[in-house]
Ligand binder design. Structure first.
Ligand SMILES: Nc1ncnc2c1ncn2[C@@H]1O[C@H](COP(=O)(O)OP(=O)(O)O)[C@@H](O)[C@H]1O
Ligand SMILES: [Mg+2]
Length: 263
């Protein structure tokens, strides 16, 4: 394994907590002294909005300093890195134009590996301990690119019937992707927006116990309004309100990811 581990957060179900988990695990790793690069792979710009104001994000999205521009020109992503206000934590912002990325990629040679190639120099430099990529809620050529650029996948899942329903599709897709990038491994599933009082949550835990091939992180993230307040202030909750329940849970999840990932 290279010094830099690339982990993506994917699930084709929208609203499952991908961007929230990516931003907070990244910020928690940076607080623990790891050097982290976040890559916003979604046209909804939610990862970028976790660290910058709307005005700043829209400005980066409209200009040339974003992932869409770099991928279109197949450029080394080093020049697209923007520092956040937090130590050890940098970001490559996204653009709303990412909505047409599938079309852009269609005619390209080895189109599944473009993101991997654009990230290669950053990875080879060993500057970062972790590169974390936030994926959009789709399963197509662009998510394939994200997976082909990653060593590990984390799947945030909302503990709800439809959250569980979508998981089967996700695993079928991952098995297809593994045929072109066999080194890719699923690190695990993390349950988000959990309400421990609900019986459905208990049932979800039982369901995972019956699926020993899928690693479920011990830490789960409960519903917490601090998360929305932190996002309203363009900050990850682990920085915005360190005393909140979700900040503690995300710090613990990041510790688990760092420990489990090193295996
Ligand atoms: N633990 C949580 N408690 C409360 N709200 C949450 C929690 N996690 C995520 N959310 C909210 O749920 C919505 C979807 O989360 P998000 O991270 O954007 O999911 P995705 O990236 O998978 O679409 C967002 O509005 C976010 O603020
Ligand atoms: Mg998202």
């Amino acid at each position: 394994m290279d010094k830099t581990m690339t982990i993506c957060f994917t699930n084709n179900k929208g609203g499952s907590g991908k961007s929230t988990t990516c931003s907070n695990v990244g910020a928690a790793m940076a607080m623990a002294g790891k050097k982290v690069l976040l890559v916003d792979g979604d046209m909804q710009l939610n990862l970028s909005l976790s660290f910058f104001s709307e005005d700043e994000v829209l400005k980066m999205a409209a200009g040339e300093k974003n992932l869409y521009y770099a991928i279109g020109k197949q450029q080394d992503l080093t020049d697209f890195i923007v520092p956040t206000v937090y130590p050890n934590l940098d970001l490559i912002p996204s653009s709303t134009l990412m909505s047409s990325i599938e079309y852009e990629l269609f005619t390209k040679w080895q189109r599944e590996f473009i993101l991997r190639k654009c990230l290669q120099k950053i990875k080879d430099s060993g500057v970062y301990d972790y590169i974390l990529i936030d994926a959009p809620p789709t399963l197509g050529g662009w998510v394939m690119n994200i997976l082909c650029a990653s060593d590990r996948v984390i799947i945030p899942v909302e503990a709800s019937p439809w959250g569980m329903f979508g998981l089967a599709n996700m695993f079928d897709f991952l098995n297809d992707v593994k045929q072109i990038t066999p080194e890719l491994s699923v690190m695990g599933v993390v349950l988000t927006k959990v309400d421990t009082r609900k019986n459905y949550f208990k049932q979800t835990m039982e369901t995972f116990k019956e699926m020993p091939d899928i690693h479920l992180f011990d830490t789960f993230i409960r519903v917490d309004s601090s998360i929305e307040w932190s996002q309203d202030s363009s900050a990850p909750v682990v920085e915005f309100k360190k005393s909140s329940r979700s900040a503690g849970e995300y710090m613990e999840l990041a510790r688990e990811v760092m420990e489990y990932g090193s295996r």
